[in-house]
Design a protein around this ligand. Structure first.
Ligand SMILES: [Zn+2]
Length: 392
């Protein structure tokens, strides 16, 4: 996104000339426009994100910035900005950016999960002295229906659940980055090892996850022999696997006669279960279990709706811009965002919310009709101020 206040682009890399580029974290959907030949301008990231980007594109020139330190960076026109990095508590290396200078102070959260240390943002000098002129906010789950518990609580529930089924193979669906803490928690609690792809092993090493307590081995379940699968099932292991390969891995283990289970741990747990169109039941721990044995846990690296409200309440009041486009229909991985916008404004006293609308995809299911809005283009919701003045 290109910021309005200053020639800075965060997590979007297709802009030409006179722009400083910042990368909040190394998830694929935040790297659009980057490639091995990319040379559009100065690029900044946290040290871990820099390492992860260099694994993918070794020829990139990236300046690593430390967290908790203020940097002065010259702009192209002789002016200067200050930037301060804050741990976003999302995935390894993920940060928020606090930009300040002639334009005031602007906070760009990137993807984040609320952490108690985020209360300290309000006392950072640029925020304390100037307030915030705008907050660019992660709105992935900006709807009151999203009430994911803390990741620590969910991880504890999972390890407790599977202690009763141990030993076995536990396939944990995961992207190339993220859920490392869950994998390691399960391995520690079950006194086991984590098996990952070779690429994922390099990623975990770059994030500093190699420890003496947990053994991390590279092994692809789809390439594993029947003997190996049986051995792993008897010893017990935590096996990270991509979303598209989860079922294949489970079928392979099933064909080999192994004891195994699959876990989908995501903030979209309920929607993901519906997507699979499988009947399911709630087990004794009230977790959703599909008929094919996949356990769906509500586990997220993003804030719940309540956490978004709490986060905004820690900060001085400022207009908000949503980082992601807002959906206008109910689908498997989308929801109608209109209600969430109104509720966030009312609950967190946000003066206004600017957002763009995600185009409706023709294959997505639509449900309830909604008020007509023009597709795409920026929108500004200032209902809170209107309501406030109307009520005053
Ligand atoms: Zn992310």
């Amino acid at each position: 996104m290109l910021l309005e206040e200053v020639p800075v682009a965060v997590d979007s890399f297709n802009h030409d000339g006179g722009v400083l580029f910042f990368c909040s974290h190394a998830h694929e959907d935040h790297l659009k426009g980057l490639n091995k030949k990319w040379r559009k301008g100065p690029l900044f990231a946290s040290a871990i994100t820099r390492q992860l980007l260099l694994l993918k594109w070794p020829s990139l020139e990236i300046t690593a910035l430390e967290l908790g330190r203020t940097y002065q960076i010259p702009l192209m026109d002789g002016l200067e900005i200050e930037v301060y990095l804050i741990d976003a508590n999302h995935v390894p290396g993920s940060v928020m950016f606090l930009f300040s200078g002639y334009f005031g102070s602007v906070l760009y959260t990137g993807d984040f999960r609320l952490h108690e240390k985020h209360q300290d943002i309000a006392s950072l000098a640029p925020v304390r002295d100037k307030g915030l002129s705008r907050i660019y906010l992660d709105n992935t789950f900006c709807d009151p229906r999203f009430q994911q518990p803390s990741r620590e609580d969910v991880a504890a529930a999972i390890s407790k659940r599977f202690r009763r089924k141990w030993p076995c193979i536990i396939f944990v669906e995961s992207y190339r980055l993220g859920k490392e803490t869950l994998l390691l928690h399960l391995a520690q609690k079950l006194r086991s090892r984590v098996l990952v792809s070779e690429e994922r092993k390099k990623t975990m090493r770059a994030c500093g996850f190699e420890s003496d307590q947990v053994q991390i081995q590279s092994c692809d379940p789809l390439q594993a022999s029947e003997d190996l699968l049986q051995t792993e099932a008897l010893r017990g292991c935590i096996w990270a696997i991509s979303r598209q390969n989860l079922r294949k891995g489970m079928w392979q283990a099933s064909d080999s006669g192994c004891a195994f289970h699959g876990i989908r741990a995501t903030g979209w747990a309920e929607q993901a279960r519906k997507e699979e169109s499988m009947p399911s039941c709630e087990d004794l721990d009230e977790n959703l279990v599909s008929d094919d044995g996949v356990f769906h846990y509500l586990y997220s690296d993003h804030c719940s709706f309540l956490e978004l409200v709490q986060f905004l309440q820690f900060l001085p009041k400022a207009p908000v811009t949503f980082i992601s486009p807002v959906g206008s229909s109910e689908g498997t991985y989308s929801f109608d965002g209109a209600d969430g916008i109104q509720k966030l404004m009312a609950s967190a006293s946000v003066p206004s919310i600017r957002y763009s609308e995600r185009p409706t995809r023709c294959f997505e299911k639509t449900s309830l009709p909604r008020a007509k809005r023009k597709a795409e283009g920026p929108h500004e919701e200032d209902g809170y101020e209107q309501k406030k003045s109307a009520g005053a």
